[in-house]
Design a protein. Sequence first.
Length: 211
Amino acid sequence: MLGNHGRGLTKALFTRPALALGRLGVTPNMLTVTGTVLSVTAAVTLLPRGHFVAGPLVLLVVLAADSFDGILARATGESSVFGAFLDSTMDRLADGAVLGSLAAWAALTMPAGTLRAVTVVAALAAIVLGATVPYVRARAESIEATAKVGIAERTDRLLVALGATFIVGLGAPQWLLAVALVYVAIASFITVVQRVWIVYQQTLLRAGEPA
């Protein structure tokens, strides 16, 4: 949803800087790996320690810059199957680091009780379901179907989680983060269902059966 609208903005903002990096000999795959290392490092060093203002701000900058690799690949004609594979794999590591770090913060910092349990479980569910969203799309493409639909793309999930984290860092109650993580988990689940359903319809049509 938000990701679809954001691609045009990031392309307009980052095409020239990305091309400048390309002229220096930087490749899209270098940017992919570097962005992931920076994202994971920022997440695991800042979020579990409760740095909920600096952490989200640093991560949003790094994650926004993460679009450099795709922009550079398309602008220079260096797009490749391996590059797409690497980018998707690295995205799962970065997402897991962010949500896993929030789960660690909740488990280590929040007082024992329902709120802590909900926050930890929601964060873990968001990790699993968030990773399932691109998996469904990849499996769909392996059987020559398409599954690009869904209410919660990667950008949506991260913006909700990091936005709530930032607001809590400014003094909002901790339950707001729990609500945001529950939303991310539920929205990811709905997206998985949407993608499975559309692939099911495509397979029926391919078999000549009514959808």
